[in-house]
Design a protein around this ligand. Structure first.
Ligand code: MSP
Length: 507
């Protein structure tokens, strides 16, 4: 396995729901991390996977409700996801759909493999059994009485239906000890720490075997050894992380598996942190390195979801603010990992403060002073500002590997604030009047170099703005490596710079 590589995934989203900014949250964060890693280690070493989860009772019911054939329905919504991701500049390397043949083949292969596998206790991994339970179609999962509030699923606000079927089962209970040990030792690393704790306490309560097929759901992949049943949608879906990269023989699989990180929210924690690792153990496939479980995007304290009817379409944000600003507004709401209220009313305030009056205004101030006082060229000086850019890059790098997206935004915006203060304190306009050219050259040089760093710092977050700033500074990605980009004092004296239009129009 190549060590210096980065494979990141988002959950594959259900096509019964239209994409909203809750889905966009995970996807933009994945995009930021993929872009940062491409910048740092090179595009050929990064793989960013997203996609859509298209089987199961829930999707079939939604298709029926719209009077459409399931395939036509899933084609349509899956396309909607792609369109919205394109508008948000999501740079995925692959988009997997669970109705694709390449996925179905691998799912059947894994099921066949599991059918002949034995658990650590020497029992069959897969067996047939009958179970009666409460099934929530919204979750596509069985629920226990104690999971319900007033008899209803708290996430979907509906009472689950009683299901009694003869199904194929996965002997999850036999993996209890191995899972516990691997999670405790961080061999399977679950982040943040409170989510790891939650998973361990769930395991400590005892794991029950789970049904992995359905007898009465036609819209699914047939069980290869029992044509009367279809594969449970979650088992089908989780396999996307390996089917998309060509398990078992494809070069891509050999290069990128195990995933560096699966990103997900806490709604699907048990599936990713217990069932998926157990499936991989049983199929003797390496575990993903990390699973990062974030919180909910809430509106007035409620999880944003179609069922609750409180969703915001990312297209509205892109239309109002542009792609970069929409990305910024989505990810700058609260610490990644926690739950947080999305302050939609404050979007224009945040947009003006951080983008129009923040990075946009700073770029325009610095570039227009370079035009006015330095003939639009980088002066011939050495960087001597009291700002430790090297340390900032170290923090940013550590921040991205620790999923501290929110803290990294703060760190970058601190550089913007520092620069504004530097301008206010050094007062280049006074020096200009006094014709103190040497001092002016030094200050403008420092500011242009800081702006160049900012151009690179915002690259994963605001890719269009980054390109524009760097272009105005005469810097292009094709002739600039990561180490050149982050080195201090690299801006070339004599380079022509250009002021250009406002980067973010005020609202
Ligand atoms: N299809 C399954 C996932 C299968 S992965 C093998 C599924 N789909 S989903 O459409 O419901 O997407 C859930 C994921 O979307 C969450 O885990 C999270 O990444 C994202 N989010 C959807 N709504 C969200 C919020 N309101 N807040 C935060 N994340 C949100 O589950």
């Amino acid at each position: 396995m190549e060590k210096n590589k980065f494979y990141i995934t988002t959950p594959i989203y259900y096509v019964n729901d239209r994409p909203h900014i809750g889905h966009a949250y995970t996807t933009v964060i994945a995009d930021v991390l993929a872009r940062y890693n491409r910048f740092k280690i090179g595009s050929d070493k990064v793989w960013f996977l997203t996609g859509t989860d298209e089987h199961g009772a829930k999707v079939a019911q939604s298709a029926e409700a719209e009077g459409k054939e399931p395939q036509a329905f899933v084609d349509e919504i899956s396309e909607e996801y792609k369109n919205k991701w394109e508008k948000l500049n999501i740079s995925y390397d692959d988009f997997i759909r669970t109705t694709e043949a390449r996925h179905e083949t691998v799912v059947k292969e894994i099921l066949t493999k599991l059918k002949s596998a034995k658990t650590p206790q020497g029992k069959d991994v897969i067996f047939k059994d009958t179970y009666e339970g409460l099934y929530c179609v919204g979750c596509e999962a069985y629920k226990k009485e104690e999971d319900l509030e007033d008899g209803k699923c708290p996430d979907h606000g509906k009472a689950p239906e009683t299901l009694s079927e003869e199904n194929w089962y996965f002997r999850l209970s036999d993996y209890t000890d191995e899972l516990k040990q691997k999670i405790e030792s961080d061999e399977i690393k679950i982040l943040p720490a409170d989510k790891k704790k939650e998973v361990l306490s769930f395991i400590a309560q005892g794991l029950e075997d789970i049904a992995i097929s359905r007898a009465n759901v036609d819209w699914g992949i047939p069980v290869p050894f029992d044509k009367e049943q279809t594969i449970y949608v979650w088992v089908d879906a989780l396999i996307n992380y390996i089917s998309a990269i060509g398990y078992p023989d494809d070069e891509k699989f050999k290069k990128f598996w195990p995933a560096n990180v699966h990103l997900l929210a806490k709604d699907i924690l048990k599936f990713h942190c217990i069932i998926w690792p157990a499936m991989l153990l049983a199929a003797e496939i390496e575990q993903p390195k990390e699973l990062f479980v974030h919180g909910y995007f809430t509106l007035s304290g409620k999880k944003m979801s179609k069922t609750l009817g409180n969703v915001i379409d990312p297209d509205e944000l892109v239309e109002e603010y542009g792609a970069d600003a929409a990305r910024y507004l989505i990810i700058s709401q609260f610490v990644f990992g926690q739950d947080g209220n999305v302050k939609v009313d404050e979007f224009p305030i945040k947009y003006n403060a951080d983008l129009a009056n923040g990075i946009g205004n700073l770029a325009s101030r610095v570039l227009s002073m370079a035009e006015k006082y330095c003939e639009g060229k980088v002066p011939d000086k050495k960087f001597d500002a009291d700002l430790d850019l090297k340390k900032i890059w170290q923090k940013i790098d550590k921040g991205f590997s620790d999923y501290k997206i929110f803290e990294n935004l703060k760190e970058i915006w601190e550089v913007i604030r520092w620069s504004d203060t530097y301008i206010d304190e050094t007062k280049p306009w006074v020096l200009g009047k006094e014709s103190k050219q040497e001092e002016l050259d030094q200050i403008i040089y420092n500011l242009l170099e800081i702006l160049r760093h900012l151009g690179w710092l915002i690259k994963p977050i605001l890719p269009e703005t980054s390109d524009e700033i760097l272009k105005r500074l005469g810097e292009s990605e094709s002739d600039c490596s990561y180490s050149d980009a982050i080195a201090v004092g690299k801006i070339k004296s004599g380079t022509k710079v250009e002021k250009g239009e406002a980067l973010f129009a005020r609202k």
